[in-house]
Every structure is written in structure tokens, then in C-alpha cells.
Write a protein that binds this ligand. Structure first.
Ligand code: FDA
Length: 305
């Protein structure tokens, strides 16, 4: 229930103002967000790139303003040019949210998001790297997957995300398990209705394992995005017949850093999702909802302000 409340708050303008005006929260935000500008993101990326890989997320989502979507494209072109200049193209890619690139615009949203993302894919190819398209709430899944299919025709390395909490995902994994596909499998971060999603944790975990099995048995490149050590163990078991460079683990910046260190130290492929930028509020609220202890710190800071 708490998680649902925080996800609802992530879309509330009033809560946003209250949270953004609470300086005591800054240390908690800084734990999950690498900074507000490209320099901070690049600093964190180059530190991590010593023994792991990175995907950079320029924070922002749900835009209904075409000019803002255009600014997001420019922000990605800037960071990709910097990755190339600093020789990080092989270790760092970018993650994008289609709702920041125009998908939710009332007219031609899908077409605009496709063209905007295509321009980011062009910049990524020039920088020697790839793009992964994040997945948002279930109302966007079909649109996102069809945009990713269109992008893959020209940029075959384009990856996307499938969410184990959705009942449709096992079938989507089968569709995307072919050679060349890059699928990040996560549990799912939005508050979805029982008509489309498993709501019970154990059902989500069971679905995650079924989906993982499909991806690991396929010819694509599975990206195992979870901090759940039980699922990580199962993933290692299912990957037993695979080469070590044919799949990777992914975790969020600031979450379970010791587990990230351990996987990297064992020579497994580990990628960290590093968000940066000023639009941190919705991302931050979703992260709070994932662990009750985070909410305790958050409430203490709000009460003390
Ligand atoms: P679970 O929530 O069960 O957590 C397992 C354990 O990890 C917890 O017990 C806790 O110890 C620790 N933990 C997890 N989250 C924490 C947090 N925020 N703070 C502190 N500890 C925490 N979702 C989505 O809908 N679309 C997307 O595109 C993506 N992209 C994405 C990329 C990457 C690289 C990751 C790792 C995750 C995503 N997600 C996502 C988020 C994902 O769907 C999910 O909400 C979170 O990863 C939490 O789920 P876990 O699998 O970690 O399990």
C-alpha cells in the first residue's frame, strides 16, 4: 500500500513541490542520482567503468511539450559526444524513456518519439555505443515495443525492457529471445492493476524466473536487472551453459553497492544504471517505494524541515 501511495505521489505536483523544497532530503536523493549535470554523470561513469559497465539516464519523463522532447534529444546527443570524447563508448551506453521523447503527445506521439529516439540511436552509433529503451506503465507497452522493433531495423543493438510483473511478459520474452536482441528483464516499477499484472511478490518472482528461463534459453543477450540475490543466484544457474559475455547483470546506482562490487569482482558482467539531471523527482519516489527503510529516512527529513 505504501508503495502504491509513493507511486501516486510521484505523479503529484503538490508532493513534488514539498519534496523538492526539503534540503534535508538532498543526501537521500544523492544516493540514487549521480548529480544534476553531464559533468557529474561522466565523473561517476568513469569511476564505475574501471571494472563494470554503465547505462546513463538523463532524467525526465511524461512530457507533453514538443520543445522539451527536443531538449531531451539534445541532452542525449551531448552526453553521447562526451562519452566518445572521453573514450567511454565501449563501457557506457544510454537508457531513454519514450515519454520524455514525445510518446505522450496528443498528436503523432508515437511517430515523434520514434524519430527522436532514432536521432539518439544515430548519435550512439557515432559514439560506438547503444541505446536501451526503458519500459514505463502498461498503457505504453505495445507502443514502446513497436518503436523498438522499428529502431532495431536500422540499429540492431537497440535494447529494451520487459517487466516480469506483467502477465503478458513471458510471451513478449519469447518474441524477443532471438539472435541480436538485448532484453533487460526487471520486476517492474509502476502501480499496475490486477487485470494486467501480478500484484503478489511471490507471483512476480515466479514470473521473473519463467521469463528468465525463456531469455537464457534463447539466442539473445539477457540483461538481468534485479537487486534480489535469490533471483541473481537463479540467473547464474540458468546461465550455466552460456559464455560469460553473452549476458549481464544490471543494478541501479546507489542500490546494493556491495552486491554490485561482488559480481564485478567475480568477473561477471555488471552494468550500473546511472541517472542524472534535475528532473529526479518521479525516479526518486519510485526508488523510495522499493524499500520500506528508505521511506523512514524520507519521512524523518520531511518532518524535520
Ligand atoms: P526487490 O524490489 O524485491 O528488491 C530486492 C532487494 O534489493 C530489496 O530487499 C532491497 O534490499 C534491495 N532494493 C531494491 N530496490 C531498492 C531501493 N530502491 N533502495 C534500496 N534497496 C533496494 N522498472 C521499470 O518498470 N522499467 C524500467 O525500464 C526499469 N529499468 C530498470 C533498470 C535497472 C538496471 C534496474 C536494476 C531496475 C529497473 N527497473 C525498471 C526497476 C525494477 O522494475 C524494480 O522496481 C527495482 O529494480 C526493484 O526490484 P528488484 O528486482 O531489485 O527486487
Amino acid at each position: 500500500m505504501l508503495r502504491s501511495a509513493l507511486i501516486a505521489a510521484s505523479r503529484s505536483a503538490g508532493c513534488r513541490t514539498a519534496v523538492e523544497r526539503t534540503p534535508l532530503l538532498r543526501p537521500i536523493v544523492d544516493r540514487f542520482v549521480a548529480g544534476s549535470d553531464v559533468d557529474s554523470a561522466l565523473r561517476v561513469a568513469s569511476q564505475l567503468a574501471v571494472d563494470r559497465m554503465v547505462t546513463l539516464d538523463h532524467l525526465g519523463e511524461d512530457t507533453l511539450d514538443r520543445a522539451q522532447a527536443e531538449q531531451t534529444v539534445e541532452a542525449y546527443r551531448t552526453v553521447l559526444a562526451r562519452l566518445a570524447r572521453e573514450g567511454l563508448g565501449e563501457r557506457a551506453e544510454v537508457s531513454v524513456k519514450l515519454s520524455a521523447l514525445g510518446q505522450a503527445l496528443p498528436v503523432d506521439g508515437d511517430k515523434i518519439a520514434l524519430e527522436n529516439t532514432r536521432r539518439i540511436c544515430e548519435a550512439a552509433a557515432a559514439a560506438g555505443t547503444t541505446v536501451t529503451v526503458d519500459m514505463e506503465d502498461h498503457t505504453t507497452t505495445d507502443s514502446t515495443l513497436s518503436i523498438v522493433r522499428a529502431l532495431r531495423a536500422d540499429f540492431p543493438g537497440t535494447g529494451t525492457v520487459l517487466q516480469a510483473y506483467l502477465k503478458r511478459t513471458e510471451a513478449d520474452c519469447a518474441d524477443f529471445a532471438g539472435a541480436g536482441s538485448r532484453i533487460r528483464l526487471c520486476k517492474g516499477a509502476y502501480d499496475e492493476p490486477a487485470s494486467v499484472a501480478y500484484r503478489d511478490r511471490s507471483e512476480v518472482d515466479a514470473s521473473y524466473v519463467r521469463c528468465l528461463r525463456v531469455l537464457m534459453n534463447g539466442d539473445g543477450y539477457p540483461m538481468v536487472a534485479t537487486h534480489d540475490t535469490r533471483l541473481i543466484e537463479i540467473a547464474e544457474h540458468l546461465a550455466a551453459g552460456r559464455k560469460r559475455d553473452s549476458y549481464e547483470f544490471q543494478m541501479l546506482y546507489g542500490v546494493r553497492p556491495q552486491v554490485q562490487d561482488e559480481l564485478a569482482a567475480r568477473g561477471l558482467r555488471m552494468r550500473v544504471y546511472v541517472p542524472y539531471g534535475t528532473e529526479w523527482y518521479p525516479y526518486f519516489m519510485r526508488r523510495l517505494g522499493e524499500r520500506p527503510a528508505n521511506v523512514g529516512f524520507f519521512l524523518q527529513a520531511l518532518v524535520r524541515r
